[in-house]
Design a binder for this molecule. Structure first.
Ligand SMILES: C=C(O[C@@H]1C=C(C(=O)O)C=C[C@H]1O)C(=O)O
Length: 372
């Protein structure tokens, strides 16, 4: 091709790109107009809720949000992935809700933890988030009303259940208002991107557990030190060139660390489940889970008698955990997750029977199942 031809070809590409970009600008104008219209609707919803004058107005409606997100994901014609469409709509809803009320969400901090990422995934960027250093502090802030909701980890697909969270439910009056599933990617990071002089790798014990095989293969001689959080590990690594941290991407950018090896978790399906805790009962969304706390006297067939009514009423139990009771009166508490919502007939019938059978029973919450 001579230079005249190549100039013509370049011009044609620029003309073509210019045309497409004009279309994108016109579409953005439409999106902006529609966003503004949606935001006005949300303001109207807020005013209507205020006019209704209920004592505890519920501005945040997790079941409605779950329905919207499920609907748009189902309708999504592509090419954007469902997860991307959900994330975009999550932010739109978050910004609309902020026009009605500025809600405050406490989470297990510090900033940079996976719990922060989970809180952002569920509530979007327009809510106020407050980090606390202990799971019990997150519960306390919500119980005291300093925060409207809290986000705490409950279980990891590799590391198992987070017993601090389960145990706190025994004494707390709070309800479960939602759940969040977050794909956890662990990364090895440090200040220099050079591992040659590194003698210590810091991380939370759960994260060290999730990367155990990888560490055995790649850094068998380097000491692994468990610290309070991944973010704390990143902070320590940022202050000491002889150390590295295993943490999420948020922590790397927060502490200005370089990622040496990304995605080092042993299981490619490493997911952590988080719970949203609050003071309200959540109406049915159409695809819900119910968590209950139940205890029974020890005795032959005690657990069988708890499970039998569930089977008879056709309820699926998706999880059961036992924890020792904090006093000696009852031996064990069981935490059960059931498919379905407390307002459904089968669930009510089964729980009424369990109430007769059990020493103690409390519904911790019925809430929408996690979305993508
Ligand atoms: C607009 C509402 O209030 C909030 C905002 C929502 C939204 O922007 O779609 C959805 C549910 C609520 O959390 C509503 O209740 O419908």
């Amino acid at each position: 091709m001579d230079s005249v031809d190549s100039k013509d070809a370049e011009k044609a590409v620029l003309t073509k790109l210019g045309g497409i970009r004009d279309r994108i600008d016109a579409i953005d104008n439409q999106i902006l107009g529609l966003l503004s219209e949606r935001a006005h609707c949300a303001e109207e919803v807020g005013e209507t809720k205020r006019e209704a004058g209920e004592k505890n107005i519920k501005f945040y409606r997790p079941e409605r949000e779950a329905q919207i997100l499920r609907r748009v994901t189902e309708l999504n014609p592509g090419p954007l992935a469902g997860e991307r469409v959900t994330a975009i709509f999550r932010e739109i809803i978050s910004s609309c809700l902020a026009l009605e009320q500025q809600i405050k969400v406490a989470y297990l901090g510090p900033a940079g933890t996976f719990t922060e990422a989970a809180a952002q995934k569920h509530f979007g960027q327009a809510v106020g988030t407050l980090p606390f250093m202990l799971i019990s502090e997150v519960f306390r802030e919500v119980e005291a009303g300093t925060a409207d909701y809290g986000v705490v980890p409950i279980e990891n697909s590799t590391g198992g259940v987070i017993s601090h969270t389960l145990d706190r439910f025994v004494s707390s009056p709070l309800k479960i208002c939602g759940e969040i599933h977050l794909a956890i990617h662990q990364n090895l990071m440090n200040k220099t991107k050079d591992m040659s002089g590194v003698t210590r790798i810091y991380s939370h014990e759960q994260s060290l557990m999730q990367c155990r095989d990888w560490l055995d293969r790649n850094y068998p001689g380097v000491a692994r030190i468990a610290v309070a959080s991944n973010a704390e590990a990143a902070r320590l690594a940022s202050e000491d060139p002889k150390s590295a941290a295993i943490a999420g991407e948020n922590a790397a950018s927060l502490y200005d660390l370089k990622i040496i090896s990304p995605h080092i978790e042993d299981s490619p399906n490493n997911v952590t489940r988080f719970l949203v805790i609050g003071k309200e009962d959540v109406p049915a969304s159409g695809n819900d889970r119910t968590s209950i706390l139940i205890s029974t006297h020890n005795g032959s067939g005690a657990l069988y008698h708890l499970l039998e009514p569930l089977k008879r009423h056709g309820l699926d139990m998706t999880r059961i955990e036992s924890r020792p009771a904090p006093d000696t009166h009852w031996d064990y508490f069981f935490f059960m997750d059931l498919n379905g919502h407390i307002s459904e007939d089968a669930m009510q019938a089964a729980l009424a029977e369990l109430d007769d059978e059990a020493e103690y029973i409390r519904v911790l919450g019925s809430y929408a199942k996690a979305i993508l």
